[in-house]
Design a protein around this ligand. Structure first.
Ligand code: ZN
Length: 115
């Protein structure tokens, strides 16, 4: 008498899925590396900003309220007080619809604006 005690091996995850997972892992690592690079940039820029601020206070006597007011004024240049310096969206010169801020390509007709 013989019984099939050990089930025959079957692929639970197919090769295509495994390749997708590998590609996602590579993309994940690339994104983590990019975030670490950006965090290092933010730290460096924060130190430089602090140094410039202390120089301005000590050498020129600028008050904190003046800095706060100017930061707010600059933030409002794009029409929104949101802590960002956004570029206002352009209108397509051909169809007058919105153009992608990142690519300068019209969402509707595909025309590429030259900036
Ligand atoms: Zn267009």
């Amino acid at each position: 008498m013989s019984f099939a005690v050990i089930p025959k091996y079957r692929n639970v995850v197919d090769k295509k899925t495994i390749e997708k997972i590998k590609a996602m892992s590579k993309e994940h690592l690339a994104l983590v590396s990019k975030i670490e690079y950006l965090e290092a940039d933010v730290d460096r820029l924060t130190i430089i900003t602090q140094a410039l601020w202390e120089l301005m206070q000590n050498k020129i006597g600028i008050k904190e309220s003046e800095l706060i007011n100017l930061v707010e004024e600059i933030d409002l240049r794009d029409g929104k007080l949101d802590g960002k310096m956004s570029k206002p969206p352009q209108k397509c010169s051909k169809c007058k619809q919105s153009v992608s801020v990142k690519t300068n390509v019209c969402f509707y007709c595909g025309h590429k604006e030259v900036s």
